[in-house]
Design a protein around this ligand. Structure first.
Ligand SMILES: C[S@@+](CC[C@H](N)C(=O)[O-])C[C@H]1O[C@@H](n2cnc3c(N)ncnc32)[C@H](O)[C@@H]1O
Length: 212
């Protein structure tokens, strides 16, 4: 049995025992793995991966030039976490709930350039999604981004939640060569709004002096 077939079996068994957590009967394919990591390179620095499963995105990150020791793999399922630590021994694999990400001490891994999420956000309550995003952005450096895929027709993070956290979603692309087809979004911090500060107190109204 090839490791790909063994991974497909492991994934399917995990889905049978925890369908809501695993949320898919099969690991993501190559096309989605490539799209998820398209903006990531060796220059990104540390990458946190949430819900790596059998490690298809992890492999793609290594192929993009990210060093294995710059990977932090956060996986809830013991069946996947054990395999990930065997397969990627120099990455840091942590078996935990991604909603607790904020508490994970990652000072030695700073700066974190990207978070790659395979989490089934659409099947999670809003408060969990909130905790995951807040935790992720507490570790991300300024300019760092959170990548999320979805099988749905729009970004899986609701607009009011993005607004509350000062974040924005940008469509990266979609692939029909995945079962099912999937889209990828980049979630990043909004730029702080620039406030108009006149150089001189008496300069107002489109650069003209205020009438006295
Ligand atoms: C849809 S699968 C994606 C797996 C892999 N990234 C892929 O694309 O093939 C979801 C993964 O997220 C993990 N997961 C679900 N909820 C989680 C949580 N709260 N914390 C950490 N991992 C979680 C599951 O165990 C599973 O590995």
């Amino acid at each position: 049995m090839t490791s790909r077939t063994a991974d497909a079996f492991l994934f399917f068994r995990a889905w049978l025992s925890a369908p809501l957590r695993v949320a898919s009967v099969t690991p993501s394919g190559r096309a989605l793995s490539s799209l998820m990591t398209t903006e990531i390179s060796a220059d990104t620095g540390t990458v946190i991966e949430l819900g790596p499963g059998t490690g298809v995105f992890t492999e793609a990150l290594l192929n993009r030039g990210v060093a294995e020791e710059n990977l932090v793999l956060v996986e809830y399922g013991a069946e996947f976490a054990n395999q990930l630590s065997d397969r990627f021994p120099t990455a840091k694999t942590v078996q935990m709930d991604a909603t607790q990400l904020r508490k994970l001490p990652l000072h030695a891994f700073a700066p974190v350039g990207a978070v790659v999420s395979g989490l089934p956000l659409l099947s999670m309550p809003l408060r969990k999604v909130h905790a995951i995003l807040e935790g992720a952005f507490s570790h991300l450096r300024p300019g760092g981004a959170f990548y999320q895929f979805t099988y749905g027709p729009k970004c899986p993070i609701a607009r009011p939640l993005l607004d509350r956290l000062g974040l924005k979603a940008t469509y990266v692309g979609c692939t029909l060569a995945n079962i099912p087809p999937a889209a990828v979004y980049r979630i990043s911090r909004r730029r702080p709004r620039r406030t108009f500060e006149p150089a001189h107190q008496d300069l107002m109204f489109d650069g003209q002096k205020a009438p006295s």
